[in-house]
Design a protein around this ligand. Structure first.
Ligand SMILES: Cc1ncc(COP(=O)(O)O)c(C=O)c1O
Length: 418
């Protein structure tokens, strides 16, 4: 059996697939493993209660359950949900959008695959147009989401030291040389893996660059406002015709429904809808139906602000406190300022081994983290040592597990630097 070039690409080593397999294998081989590597949202009882009630009222309704299961939605996804979401976003942020500015997708992961291939790849003249990540570290899941090769390019971050053990990444605008090979700019905000929130000022500058070059700025808001609201800084939520905003119901606690949301101008939305049709006829109805009441009542904002945000904020604060408690003061370790998402990004300056070796050593001690080198999609400068000095740890699991894991990480680091 012979595969096409694209078939071969997907049958070979794909970064995110390898990583997920590796994490899954490590967990299944060792039930005592402390999981600080994944991106699964916490099971927050209050959120689960709400979702269970929504499911119950769907089941109790005369027709809604049967309609949800028995009818295809249109290629843009559930109309009532899109109308309610447009109203919620207009009420909250005055974006001036309507349901035709919104398309649902099977998780936001598939939205990125569609968007990157709508903009990136060969143009009519055969020139390969690229997607630019202006600040790496960036989400690993973007890395293989293109049909053609060499579609991604990225720049390394500028580092601001906030205090002895806290730092923050910024876009290095001096290194952001845009020419007509760039088809779109993309950032996750809050960022997976770092918990960074690119500042309003940086977003405005990126927007200006995008507008000047007649290309879109794609903002991946999988963790941001208005939902799930895992964001600890005050930011302006902007949208305009040249901005493509992606949201997701996953980190709210519904990854199993695979519901991604894209907000963009009508041309982008109808192209995405066509891709939905070709790939799956229509996006699934389940997530939209289950969250419909939350969106129509706008209680999704309250749930995000009053339950989800404080839950993750407290977990982040506690994990940082434990790291300060257990890591030796005089070692040059740094935590990225925790501004959102569900990860802490640790940088061990002049680490005597690579972060991959550190990952292996921690795995041998029953702690699973992710080596930072995975999070530099499209970066040519392979010699940036920083790429091999960082790890991502998730703090969303059980507090006792997080505490035990941090203790093991700190013991290993303290020993390595002694
Ligand atoms: C930054 C970011 N974007 C997008 C996704 C994809 O999420 P989903 O496809 O579940 O919406 C994730 C998942 O972890 C993520 O971390």
């Amino acid at each position: 059996m012979k595969f096409s070039r694209i078939g071969n690409k997907f049958s070979s080593n794909i970064g995110i697939v390898e990583l997920m397999n590796e994490l899954g294998k490590a967990l299944s081989e060792n039930k005592d493993m402390i999981m600080m590597g994944g991106g699964n949202p916490s099971h927050i009882p209050e959120v689960q209660k709400y979702l269970r009630q929504s499911m119950q009222s769907l089941l109790d309704s005369d027709r809604e359950f049967e309609t949800m299961l028995g009818d295809y939605d249109g290629p843009k996804g559930n109309l009532r949900f899109r109308k309610a979401l447009a109203k919620l976003l207009n009420d909250s942020y005055d974006w001036g959008i309507n349901e035709n500015n919104i398309a649902l997708t099977s998780g936001s992961q598939s939205a990125f695959f569609s968007l990157f291939n709508i903009f990136g790849g060969s143009d009519e003249n055969g020139k390969v147009k690229k997607i630019l990540f202006p600040l790496t570290p960036e989400y690993i899941g973007y890395g293989d989401s293109s049909i053609e090769d060499d579609v991604f390019t990225s720049r390394k971050a500028k580092i601001e030291h906030i205090d002895q053990h806290t730092f923050k990444y910024h876009v290095d605008f001096d290194a952001l040389d845009i020419d007509d090979s760039i088809a779109a700019i993309c950032v996750s905000r809050p960022t997976n893996p770092t918990g960074n929130v690119i500042t309003d000022d940086e977003i405005i500058q990126l927007e200006e660059i995008a507008r000047k070059n007649d290309i879109p700025l794609i903002i991946d808001n999988a963790y941001g406002a208005p939902f799930p609201g895992i964001i600890f800084t005050d930011i302006e939520s902007r949208w305009n015709d040249s901005l493509i905003m992606c949201l997701s119901l996953s980190k709210l606690g519904m990854p199993g429904t695979r519901t991604g949301i894209v907000i963009a101008n009508e041309k982008v939305i109808s192209t995405l809808a066509s891709m939905n049709s070709v790939m799956s006829l229509a996006p699934g109805s389940f997530g939209a139906e289950l969250a419909l009441d939350l969106v129509e009542s706008q209680n999704i904002i309250k749930l995000s602000q009053e339950v989800i945000q404080p839950y993750y904020y407290e977990k982040a604060r506690r994990a940082i406190k434990l790291l300060h408690q257990h890591l030796k003061e005089d070692i040059s370790w740094h935590i990225h300022k925790a501004e959102g998402a569900m990860f802490l990004w640790l940088w061990f300056e002049n680490l005597p081994i690579t972060s991959q070796e550190l990952y292996e050593r921690l795995k041998d001690k029953n702690v699973l983290v992710v080596s930072g080198h995975h999070f530099f999609p499209g970066l040519d400068e392979k010699d940036w040592p920083h790429q091999h000095e960082c790890i991502r740890m998730t703090y969303s699991s059980e507090s006792t597990q997080v505490e035990a894991g941090i203790k093991i990480i700190a013991d290993e680091i303290n020993a390595l630097y002694s």
